[in-house]
Design a binder for this molecule. Structure first.
Ligand code: NAP
Ligand code: F7E
Length: 337
């Protein structure tokens, strides 16, 4: 049975990837942080008590800031594949906590790679690289576009990217980078702009909130559907040769477009409820990202399956359902229901 280790398993991507690997018959190990409240909500559907029979998902406390624990765990688990997704992943927050972000998001990758070397094993390694590394480089961005990071988060991800390349070249590791453009889902963290919008508009429609405060509505992103993107991670790791791949839909929309699509689906005029709060501006913005995933399509056969409009509907409908489940009897509906 193939054994995978996932850092960041409690996050959006980690939870989808864990589900997909379990469905493929993997034994899955995940690193989780100790937290004063439960941080495993996204794993609720797949988690089983370890006292039950035939358990295939195992969670281990660790932190990317503590290398000794990483070395010991990797040695004990002896994974065949390591998906390194753990990170302080919020770009705006990285301007407030740059040192921590560099440590966890940047140095965390070095710690993982060194732990693998210390354990003297040769698992395949996936590094969660990001379109944010392109920063101010104009779209479309592909594998050969030069990086110009615009935040502490992006600088840390550039470090992780080159670390994976360097360990591949120096030690012959099967280490690959997925350069993933923004991908969203009903499990997206509530403070990223897409989820912030769908959640707030649904609550406004239900009369639970009056306003939605946002930053730069003109920023443009290439937004895809997270489960499509975690599938790409697996395909990258299965490829005989390690390499670096852009994963993107190739379609670009502004935050304003997202508001239009979500507002239309709910039947809400968002312009009446959205206000601009400069707190959400970034010290340096990334204006426009749109990926060219030709290499992934040609070498891996990867293609996105969900369009922008479908993604918005999936997210809005999920937030409608979540609120209705929380507050039974509330009369809220997406327009197509
Ligand atoms: P996410 O939802 O923010 O999840 C991040 C994960 O990292 C969580 O499990 C979090 O644990 C864990 N983590 C944070 N700090 C840690 C630490 N010090 N030690 C151990 N674990 C820690 O991110 P995501 O959207 O799933 O993204 C997955 C990865 O892909 C990240 O590396 C992100 O930077 C990168 N990425 C994301 C996108 C995107 O559009 N989603 C695009 C490109 C790249 P808690 O649950 O305890 O907070
Ligand atoms: O911002 C603008 C904001 O925080 C998108 C992470 O997963 O994807 C994500 O990073 C855009 C930016 O995502 C608000 O200025 C306007 O231009 O949803 P976001 P991000 O910064 O693109 C990349 C690929 C990653 O790797 C990251 O880990 O939306 N925006 N108003 C806002 N953004 C937020 N968060 N909140 C607002 O109120």
């Amino acid at each position: 049975m193939t054994k995978a280790l996932i850092t960041g398993i409690t996050g959006q991507d980690g939870s989808y990837l864990a589900e997909q690997l379990l469905a493929r018959g993997y034994e899955v190990h995940g690193l989780i942080r100790r937290s004063s409240s439960f941080n495993t909500g996204r794993l609720a559907d797949i988690y089983r008590d370890r006292h039950e029979n035939d358990v295939k998902l195992f969670l281990h406390h660790a932190d990317l800031a503590e290398s000794s624990r990483l070395v010991r765990l990797i040695y004990e688990i002896q994974p065949d594949e390591v998906y390194h997704l753990g990170a302080q992943s919020h770009v705006r927050v990285s301007f407030d906590i740059p040192e921590y972000t560099m440590d966890v998001t940047g140095m965390g990758t070095i710690r993982m790679l060194e732990a693998i070397r210390d354990a003297q094993i040769t698992p395949r390694f996936y590094q969660a690289s990001s379109s944010e590394m392109f920063g101010s480089a104009p779209p479309p961005q592909g594998e050969n576009t030069p990086f110009h990071p615009r935040s502490p988060y992006a600088v840390a991800k550039v470090m992780g990217f080159w670390a994976a390349v360097n360990y591949r070249e120096s030690y012959g590791m099967h280490a690959s980078n997925g350069i993933l453009f923004n991908h969203e889902s009903p499990r997206r963290g509530e403070t990223f702009v897409t989820r912030k919008i769908t959640r707030a508009l649904v609550r406004i429609q239900a009369g639970l909130q009056e306003k939605l405060y946002l930053g730069n509505l003109d920023a443009k992103r290439d937004w895809g559907y997270a489960p499509d993107f975690t599938e790409a991670m697996w395909m990258i790791v299965q490829h005989d040769e390690p390499g670096d791949y852009v994963i993107a839909t190739g379609e670009m929309h502004s935050v304003r477009d997202f508001l239009n699509a979500a507002g239309e689906h709910l039947g809400i005029d968002w312009e009446k409820v959205v206000e601009i709060d400069p707190t959400y501006y970034r010290a340096a913005e990334v204006d426009a990202l749109c990926g060219d995933a030709t290499k992934a399509r040609e070498e891996l056969g990867w293609e996105p399956t969900v369009t922008f409009d479908e993604l918005v509907k999936i997210m809005v409908d999920a937030d409608v359902k979540q609120l209705a489940d929380e507050r039974p009897g509330l009369n809220i509906r997406a327009e197509n229901e």
